[in-house]
Design a protein around this ligand. Sequence first.
Ligand code: ZN
Length: 199
Amino acid sequence: MCGHPQKIEPRSGVAFTLKRGQRLTVIDPEGEQVADLVAFVRDDIDEVISSGRTIDYASRLFLTTGDPIYSNRSNVLLDIVEDTVGRHDFLLTPCSADTFRIIYGDEHPHRGCFGNLAAALEPYGIGPDRIPVAFNVFMHVAIDGTTGEIAVKPPLSRAGDRVVFEAKVDLIVGLTACSALQSNNYAFKPILYAIADPA
Ligand SMILES: [Zn+2]
């Protein structure tokens, strides 16, 4: 039923197409590892997942099973159909060389999820300026409801936890094993993913 899982090596990323009706399972094989997910409509890359619209329509910051992920044109691109963790982030942009320079003070920063996504999406004609706020699978961002202050915490995911997305249109998907120390409790691990056809 489930396609053979593919591995995303630590601090790297991939891109692939996902057909309408197919299900994408994102698995944290070791625990406490984030995967950044972006998705573009395959036939029109001007249409892309939208954090702002999705959170607006959900009236909630934390998305889980049953929640749709909307595009900038308010179409549903993905549905979350299974989620064994229940805590993810859809506020922060993919980590990048600038993240590591500005937040961590790195002199020779890694290109991060942003650079990994840009490289993986380039063959699909998707340039870096098109990369939106990612749906950050397993990312745990704590939010103070009064001040709005945010803090990046260790993911709540344990080994084998998963989130399953169903594509509502044909998509180009970018997916990473996140490269930011804080987001992954200071250890870089792989991510597994599998694509399954409709039952
Ligand atoms: Zn990252």
